[in-house]
Design a protein. Structure first.
Length: 154
């Protein structure tokens, strides 16, 4: 019996041989799926760095994946997610620009470089349902034509 896939994670093609771990919840009551860095990255002081995860996420058309920095990383290393919460839309999955590769934009607030090793849990992903306004429906509208930041500046 083939179970319908509702939401989850996959490894992007470019990282298939990189021993990427699919996110898991660590406890029975955990809301977030722990997401690891796909490779070692050095974060320069007072700058934003996109940290690759090697992952993409699939979900229903009326859902998004919220990306939140892990509190231990934020406190111990003085890091934050530059946009507070990253939002991965359902149509980001398998987009033609970057296959839907999830990148975590971390800012280093300290005065020294911070090293993130491959496999360090840097973020948590939480799946959310969202509502639409009257005369609108999830999944309607233009098709996504690009990857990170592709919905425009306006």
């Amino acid at each position: 019996m083939d179970k319908k896939r509702l939401r989850g994670f996959e490894v992007v093609k470019a990282y298939e041989a990189a021993d990427i771990h699919l996110p898991k919840r660590k406890t029975a009551a955990s809301a977030g799926y722990d997401i690891e860095a796909a490779e070692a990255v050095d974060l320069p002081p007072h700058q934003v760095t996109l940290v690759p995860t090697g992952l993409k996420a699939y979900m229903q058309k009326d859902e998004y994946l919220g990306i939140h920095i892990r509190s231990s990383i934020a406190v111990k290393m003085q890091l934050s997610c530059i946009n507070s919460q990253g939002i991965i839309d359902a149509d980001y999955y398998n987009n033609p620009d970057n296959e839907g590769h999830i990148m975590v934009p971390l800012v280093n607030h300290s005065d020294v470089a911070v090293h993130i090793g491959k496999g360090i849990r840097i973020a948590q992903g939480i799946f959310y349902k969202y509502l639409t306004a009257d005369d609108d429906a999830a999944g309607s509208g233009a098709a996504r034509t690009g990857g990170f930041g592709s919905t425009g500046e306006k």
